[in-house]
Design a protein around this ligand. Structure first.
Ligand code: ZN
Ligand code: ZN
Length: 276
């Protein structure tokens, strides 16, 4: 149910066939990711930030989900750190403060010192070694494939969250991205993670992961999340909508009210399931 909800393709960006085929092969993908999070929430590295071509200004998809994950980790008694481009860190700091969570921002993380690494909407390299936007434009700005590669080598568990096929983690289903996403052959990432969450908006993927973990854990880890305020603050901090490429309070070209509605549904479903 939650996996369906976070794959509501409100922006008509084409993730549905990828989701349906992925789900038919891995019906429990969200639950597996939630279990991995709950089993490894002591010290978590969250990686986020997608610089939008051609300006290279990072987008509003990713950082809200990353902050929500850090908040959930703290509620679970763990500690979290964030790796992102400088502009993203600058925008995230006041939001983390507002929620009263202590996120450590790290420059050059050593993957082996974490229990888990989560990538939320992070560019993953394509088969030619470059990074692309969904429309096939080259991404300029810092990328973090190295962390996924180090984690794979060192055996640190990883979760990837993406919505377009060009993000870290989509290497797990490169064949589906090539099959269904326009320019898939060019943009599909080859970078793999242990678990992969597909969603229509990557923030929703992160919220869905938290909702699923909440049900597993028996407490609502999304409670008190303020979507509108969070995105507004991040836009004031310099982030742009990745689809419209404008500084406006929206994510992936979808008005903020719809994001808030998805959150209300997720929180409502968790509350209902916790009463079962
Ligand atoms: Zn994306
Ligand atoms: Zn997105």
């Amino acid at each position: 149910m939650i996996a369906h909800l976070i794959n509501t393709d409100a922006g008509n960006r084409g993730i549905i066939p990828v989701y349906i085929e992925y789900r038919s092969k891995r019906p429990d993908f969200l639950r597996s990711a939630a279990k991995l999070l709950l089993e490894n929430c002591g010290r978590v590295l969250v990686v986020t930030g997608f610089p939008v071509p051609p300006s290279g200004i990072p987008e509003t998809d990713g950082p809200p989900g990353a902050i929500a994950l850090c908040r959930a980790v703290e509620m679970l008694g763990g500690r979290s750190e964030v790796a992102a481009q400088e502009e993203v860190i600058r925008a995230m700091k006041p939001v983390a403060k507002e929620y009263g969570i202590r996120i450590k921002f790290t420059e050059n993380p050593e993957v082996k010192s974490y229990d888990l690494v989560i990538f939320v909407e992070t560019p993953g390299k394509a088969s030619d070694g470059n990074h692309y936007s969904m429309s096939g434009l080259p991404v300029r700005g810092r990328t973090f494939d190295r962390l996924a590669e180090d984690a794979e080598r060192e055996g640190t568990p990883t979760i990837g969250i993406g919505d377009g096929g060009n993000e870290v983690g989509m290497g797990n289903i490169r064949d589906l991205v090539v099959k269904y996403i326009p320019s898939g052959e060019r943009i599909a990432s080859v970078v793999r993670t242990d678990e992969l969450i597909i969603s229509a908006v990557s923030n929703w993927g992160a919220y869905g992961l938290i909702a699923e973990a909440s049900i597993e854990e028996g407490r609502n880890l999304l409670k008190g999340w303020r979507e509108e305020e969070t995105v507004k603050k991040l836009v004031e901090g310099g982030l742009i909508d990745g689809v419209s490429k404008r500084r406006e309070i929206s994510v992936d070209g979808i008005p903020i009210g719809i994001h808030a509605d998805i959150l209300r549904l997720l929180i409502g479903i968790v509350e209902m399931r916790l009463k079962d």
